[in-house]
Each structure stands twice: as C-alpha cells, then as structure tokens.
Design a protein around this ligand. Structure first.
Ligand code: ADP
Ligand code: MG
Length: 360
C-alpha cells in the first residue's frame, strides 16, 4: 500500500522550529514542549504541548484525531459521512451538527463559494482516488480529465441549497445524487477540538500543525510570541514570510499548489473547486491564509476566499473584518495583509501591502 501524505507545511514547521530555537535557545530544559506526530486525514500532523499535563494532552489529542478521522473520512465506506451519503441522510452526531451548521452558514455568506456538496465533482475529477489510502495513482501522472458533459451532469447534484438540515432533530436529508464532504473544513474543526481538549487537560500552551492548518494557544514558558512560517506557493520548500502572534489563533492556508492532478494536456488541476463551474477555481490567488480565533471558521473561510479570488475576498473581509484577518499571495507574487495583522507579517523576499478597511 502506498500512501501519500501531505508534506507541504514542512517548510513552515522547519522555519518555525528554527526561529523558536534561536529565540529561546532552551533545548532540553523543562521549557521545552513535548511533541507527537500523528498521520491521519492523509496529512502529517505535528502537535506540541507545554506544561506538566502535556503528555495527557497529546494522548487525548491523538485519540480525538483518530475518532474524527473515522467519523469524517469519505475515503472509508464505514465513516459516518459515507453512511450519510449512501443513505441520503440520517441523524447526525454533535460533531457533524457543528460542521453542517458552519458549512451551511459559510455557504450562504460567501454566495456559494464554500460548498460541501462538491463531493461528486471531487470524485469525477479523481481527487478522491489520488488521495485514497489504497490508491496508487500519482498526481504527476497524466490522466484523463472529465468532459464538459460529465461536469454539467455532476453539477445537477451540487449546491448546498439542495440540503435539508433540521438542527433541532439533527436530521439531514440529501436528495438523490447529492453527497457531502467536509474536506474543506475538517482539519480546522480537528485543530479546534484539540485546542479545547488540551485546555481542559490543563496544558498551558500548544502548537497544533495539521498540514497547512496551524493553531496555537496559551503562553509558552519563556513567554515568547508564536512564530508561524507561511509556505511560499512559488516554492513550497521555503517560506514567503513569518507571522508573529501574541495570542492564540488558528492560521489556515488554502492554495492551488499542493494537491492537484495532471491532465493529459500537461496542465495541473488543483483540488479547490468552483462549485458554480465544476472546474478548479480559476483564482487569481496563489494562496490565502486566514487568521482567526476559531479553527473551524478559519478552514471554511480559507477554502472560500481562495475560490472568491482577491477582490471578492477583500470585499468579504471588509464586510466581516471584526471576525478574521487574512494574508493573500496573488498571481503577481504580491503579499496582501489585512490591517489587523499590520506589522505582524515579515518577509525578506516579498513586499507586503496592507489592506485597510476603506482603501484598495
Ligand atoms: P486542504 O485540504 O489542502 O487543507 P482546503 O481546506 O482548501 O485545503 O480544502 C480543500 C478540500 O475541500 C478539497 O480536498 C475538497 O475535499 C474540499 N473542497 C474543494 N472545493 C471546495 C469548495 N468550493 N467548497 C468546500 N469544499 C471544497
Ligand atoms: Mg479549508
């Protein structure tokens, strides 16, 4: 069995590790965190915890990751989500209730850019096969891409407006052919759950890195700020900049550079789809990073803002600017940072432009 794990973010981890080493230089002392690597959701996950309850926090985090993986994985026919898809709905548990509410709310607020019903399209494009645990396809191997007729057909099942969800009875109803996938939000939900669990366990600070999803909380023993490397979409082995945070935040990145398939036409087709066209989102962004308190929101918004592109994402931020901040790299290799992060992003390589609430 050949599995493909997501290693993007490795540059980010390395940069952050180097920075924190030089910043505190406390190797091998009690100020050092304990850490754990978990492989789940086709992602390499690295979790660090500080304080005397750190080991318990890591044990509980690992259990939670495995529980959520079993619940949400569309790659496994026994997951709760796969069963809902097969049965056309059913009663859902508390996790799926939270995920559905957030997904449907971001669907509405983004005019349908974030849409969990893209799953039949993901299947049609073959993204699910490339990343399926038993599949051996390579993302650089030239493959057939769907025909326009196949996409038109699949689009007849796509649209979260087709979903009926009764939150009071936690009952989901999916019309024939409509299927859901929490791939655009599951890792953010998972990191949020881990933060909540670790806090309850008495962990004093932690850094959760689930591929491109990062979430930090608490204060480190040496009180140094959190530094998070931002992967450079132009060369994923390095960082485009570093974000400094003094408070706990989720930092979630979406981009077209990481997961893709290659068509026989030699073109790359990335895995973030425009639910309106059925094709990979024709975004003028290379990557977008959302910074906010809640991991679940950050993840849904990162996918949605990538689909919307720079101008619409900027307009959305202006409309909701109390709730999140954003770092974008556009197709001209310019970094744009919303005003709430002014001074918190440093880059040696790229010029940083600040987006204020009023000006472009
Ligand atoms: P990653 O999974 O690489 O962190 P994202 O958070 O942007 O990146 O999620 C991409 C995943 O979300 C896809 O693999 C697919 O499962 C799902 N997806 C793709 N397009 C959309 C969309 N427009 N809305 C919601 N989910 C999407
Ligand atoms: Mg996302």
């Amino acid at each position: 069995m050949k599995r493909k794990y997501r290693i993007a973010g490795a540059a980010a981890v390395l940069a952050a590790a180097l920075l924190s080493l030089t910043a505190c230089g406390s190797f091998g002392t009690s100020a050092e965190p304990v850490s754990r690597q978990v492989i789940a959701m086709t992602t390499v996950m690295n979790i660090k915890a500080y304080g005397k309850n750190a080991e318990k926090g890591l044990d509980d985090s690992e259990k939670e990751i495995n529980r959520l993986d079993r619940l949400l994985s569309v790659g496994s026919s026994t997951s709760a989500v796969s069963k809902l898809n097969a049965a056309g709905g059913g009663t859902v548990n508390a996790d799926i209730d939270t995920l559905l509410k957030k997904s449907l709310s971001v669907y509405k607020s983004t005019g349908g850019a974030f849409d969990i019903t893209v799953y039949p399209l993901m299947n049609l494009w073959g993204f699910t096969k490339v990343y399926n645990e038993n599949d051996e396809l390579d993302q650089n191997k030239p493959r057939d891409i769907p025909t326009a007729a196949q996409i038109t057909q699949a689009l007849t099942t796509v649209g979260s407006n087709r979903i009926q969800y009764d939150a009071a009875s936690r009952t989901l109803t999916l019309p024939a052919g409509t299927q859901i996938d929490f791939g655009g939000i599951a890792k953010g939900y998972t990191s949020q759950r881990i933060v909540d669990i670790m806090k309850k366990d008495g962990v004093t600070a932690g850094n959760i890195e689930l591929g491109g999803n990062v979430q930090v909380f608490g204060t480190k023993p040496d009180k140094s700020p959190w530094t998070i490397g931002l992967t450079d979409p132009n060369k994923t082995s390095r960082t485009m900049g570093v974000l400094t945070l003094t408070k706990g935040r989720a930092v979630v990145t979406s981009g077209g550079y990481e997961r893709y398939i290659t068509g026989k036409d030699g073109k790359r087709y990335h895995h973030i789809l425009d639910p309106k066209t059925g094709y990979p989102a024709d975004s003028d962004l290379k990557s977008v990073t959302i910074v906010c308190k809640d991991g679940t929101t950050a993840d849904a918004l990162s996918t949605a803002m990538f689909v919307l592109g720079k101008d619409k994402a900027t307009a959305y931020w202006r409309h909701h600017s109390g709730t999140f901040q954003m770092i974008m790299m556009d197709s001209q290799k310019r970094i744009w940072v919303t005003s709430g992060l002014k001074g918190q992003v440093q880059s040696d390589r790229y010029k940083i432009r600040v987006i204020s609430r009023g000006n472009k």
